[in-house]
Design a protein. Structure first.
Lengths: 644, 100
């Protein structure tokens, strides 16, 4: 390929600025888009062919700064500097220009070839905000192009600009700080001249005044005298301003962003309360907010499960016909039976994925794209704080109600490792749709719906207690919630479908292979006739402690694969789906409690392994199993007293 | 207005010089009522925290409006730097403001 016709560009911008939408539009790849900040966690790459050029596009994580050293910010900064992209497209949210510009100013300091995509101009217009892009272009001295990423407008203009832009070595005006800082920067830059680092000198000097640990360490290896100089100047600045020098610089940058915004943005003020604001007031209100939240989530949950039960029954009759056909035409001896177990695993996955998980995620992503999920985080923050995490963890919990696999993966939105881990542990205790199938199919149907709902309340209390304990055990300061509140917007069907597919894909790609393979292994053990032996080994726990039939030992082993199997196989082993003939109410509740909290299913364990290492995955698995057994035994004893 | 003029104005208009102790009569963001507006006087707290806030435009001299608070000293929804943010209670009580 012709070297000159290859261009690589990077999309950089703050969370929720529409970067992912631009990326998707350009490359056709489905990058997950959500209506809350911080969605892109790993960088995504794609390629675009345009006007005889091959353009590699990279979507960086949504970050707010190039200075606070979170992993994502570090990765982004290193990428922009070291990979030396031909162009950096800074996606700017025109409804939040001031905040976006703080980041833009930092990109300008990096002296990379910048183009600004002034995005969401349609939303801005609706809010009565007009941005003078010509003036902005004049002030910043970089191309500014208005875009509406969701419709793709303005994007070809950007790519045209990318191709036509001359490879410039910055001759642009650079924004200046206050006098003493500028003098400091100059002095440090002079000391730095000739240093062997791939960064612009002015930028290094600024970072040193911002006390950036990384950069300071790099410089001290090469020119320790420059570090001394920077420390001296920082002390001077602190003397003058009475603040830490990084804060002084951040303040000045932030005020500059204010001023540029004031110069370029006109807001029509005299509008009456918009629908968005009224809706926001209602859904975040001290009373109606919580009522609506219970209504919305409860409605979503109940409608998914009543639809799921109906759909699942339809599938059941189809699949049982298929099983009869298999037995008749393939056979029932060892190998055909083993083959059927593989088929059955796939069918069972289908039976949980389509009736329950799929509609659940459709509704969840409607709420997310609409902007409601951020409101839940707001309403629940205080409650979450009691567990040592903050409001954003709610998102993972709700996702976990569908399936714990994407639930655990979504914990990446939490800022620190500590928060991430606590949230993941708690998510494994959230009753996923498979567990809900058991709770409703067993307890809800035969003991009473109130008992089933009671189990959910019980699960919530338990999660709260475990959260409280683990936040005490895990050392470290809890991170406070700082979250941009998105505006409500009309959910886009295309976005919702592609997001739902992404969540489902995690379930299918991660869960399915493990479930199918271990399904075959367990079936082989079963066919070899070892199960009764295993059941009797487990009987001290299942029979003596939990008061369940010995056969449940086998069920709990199968349940590691997928928890809803416990119910399916219970019917098979006991020879009836009329469970109240063979199990007492106490037994049903006890079985439901064990199923809810013991071993997170094998797919969830594998995610924990991947994210936190095998040791932690093992500890969580063993601890939860022991915990569930102890708990269920206690519940049984409690029920024995009350339910006679 | 040209860029350089903005800069001149900027250096004149800085709001520094408030020591942490100068809180007489000061109120924190968490102490504002729904709908009240204040100008940020100082942000106390760890370096990472103040940086994180600064990245979002929460710095001394900025005007900030409390849109609403939740029950039981929960997070505070504010409008600052032209955008809406949710800030945890603990953080909001570290942001000192002067009521407008």
């Amino acid at each position: 390929m012709n070297e000159e016709k290859k261009i690589n560009i990077v999309l950089a911008g703050q969370g929720n600025s529409g970067k992912s939408a631009i990326f998707n539009y350009l490359t056709g790849l489905h990058q997950h888009i959500g209506n809350w900040a911080g969605k892109t966690i790993e960088k995504a790459e794609g390629t675009l062919f345009y006007r005889d050029h091959t353009i590699d596009v990279l979507d960086l994580p949504g970050i707010y700064s190039l200075t606070t050293l979170s992993d994502e910010e570090l990765i982004s900064r290193e990428y922009i500097i070291k990979q030396n992209p031909d162009r950096v497209i800074n996606v700017v949210d025109s409804t939040n220009l001031e905040r976006s510009l703080i980041f833009t100013l930092q990109l300008l300091e990096l002296e990379c070839p910048l183009i600004i995509a002034l995005n969401m101009t349609d939303l801005a217009k609706r809010k009565g905000i007009t941005v003078d892009s010509k003036k902005l272009q004049g002030l910043l001295n970089v191309p500014v192009i208005a875009t509406v990423a969701s419709r793709g407008s303005g994007l070809s203009k950007i790519i045209d600009r990318v191709i036509d832009m001359k490879p410039c070595k910055s001759t642009r005006k650079i924004h200046k700080y206050g006098k003493e800082i500028e003098q400091g920067i100059e002095k440090i830059s002079n000391r730095l001249s000739g240093i062997d680092l791939p960064y612009p000198l002015r930028w290094i000097a600024i970072k040193m005044l911002e006390k950036d640990g990384d950069i300071t360490a790099l410089v001290s290896e090469r020119k320790p005298e420059a570090v001394d100089e920077a420390l001296r100047i920082a002390a001077e600045i602190e003397e003058i301003h009475g603040h830490d020098s990084p804060l002084v610089i951040a303040d000045e940058r932030s005020l500059l962003a204010s001023r540029i915004t004031r110069e370029t943005v006109r807001i029509a003020r005299d509008r009456k309360l918009s629908l968005n604001e009224r809706l926001d007031a209602l859904t975040t209100h001290k009373v109606t907010g919580y009522l609506l939240m219970i209504l919305i989530l409860g409605g979503m949950f109940l409608s998914v499960f009543s639809f799921g039960n109906w759909f699942s029954e339809q599938l059941d009759s189809v699949f049982s016909g298929l099983h009869k056909w298999w037995n008749a035409s393939v056979g029932t001896t060892f190998w055909p039976a083993l083959g059927w177990s593989a088929v059955e695993s796939v069918l069972a996955l289908v039976q949980i994925a389509f009736p329950y998980i799929f509609p659940f995620y459709i509704l969840l992503h409607v709420l997310e794209d609409w902007g409601y999920i951020a409101r839940i985080s707001f309403l629940m923050d205080k409650f979450m704080h009691k567990m040592g995490i903050h409001g954003k963890a709610c998102i993972s919990f709700i996702i976990g109600l569908g399936c714990n696999v994407p639930g655990c993966l979504s914990c990446r939105i939490m800022e620190s490792r500590r928060e991430r881990f606590i949230t993941a542990v708690l998510v494994t205790l959230v009753p996923c749709s498979a567990v809900s199938v058991i709770v409703f199919g067993l307890v809800g149907k035969y003991v009473g719906l109130l008992w089933a709902l009671g189990l959910y309340v019980f699960a919530m209390i338990l999660i709260f207690i475990v959260g409280k304990i683990s936040s005490k055990l895990m050392i470290g300061e809890p991170v406070e919630l700082i979250m941009p509140m998105p505006d409500y917007k009309t959910p886009q069907i295309r976005t919702i479908l592609s997001q739902t597919w992404d969540s489902l894909k995690e379930f299918i790609y991660i869960a399915a292979p493990i479930v199918i393979v271990s399904g075959i292994v367990i079936q082989a053990i079963n066919l070899a006739g070892w199960m009764p032996a295993i059941a009797s080994v487990m009987s001290p726990v299942t029979v003596s402690w939990l008061g369940l039939p010995a056969v449940t030992g086998i069920l709990l082993i199968f349940g590691i694969l997928r928890k809803e199997l416990i119910l399916v196989m219970l019917a098979a082993y006991l020879g009836t789906t009329n469970f109240n003939e063979v199990l007492s109410s106490t037994q049903m509740i006890t079985l439901a409690v064990v199923s809810m909290f013991y071993v997170p299913c094998v797919a969830t364990i594998s995610v924990l392994w991947k994210e936190y290492g095998w040791k932690k995955a093992l500890v969580i698995t063993l601890a939860e199993t022991a915990f569930a057994i102890v708990l269920a035994g206690l519940v049984k004893r409690g029920l024995d007293v009350f339910m006679v | 207005m040209k860029f350089d003029q903005i800069i001149v104005n900027m250096s004149n208009g800085m709001h520094h010089g408030h020591e942490a102790g100068e809180r007489a009569g000061g109120v924190s963001l968490a102490g504002l009522e729904d709908g009240q507006t204040g100008v940020i006087v100082s942000v106390t707290g760890g370096k990472m925290l103040t940086k994180r806030l600064a990245d979002l435009g929460i710095t001394a001299g900025k005007e900030v409006k409390v849109i609403r608070k939740t029950l039981f000293s929960g997070p505070v929804q504010v409008e600052v730097a032209g955008s809406k943010l949710v800030i945890g209670w603990g953080l909001a009580s570290k942001i000192m403001v002067e009521i407008r």
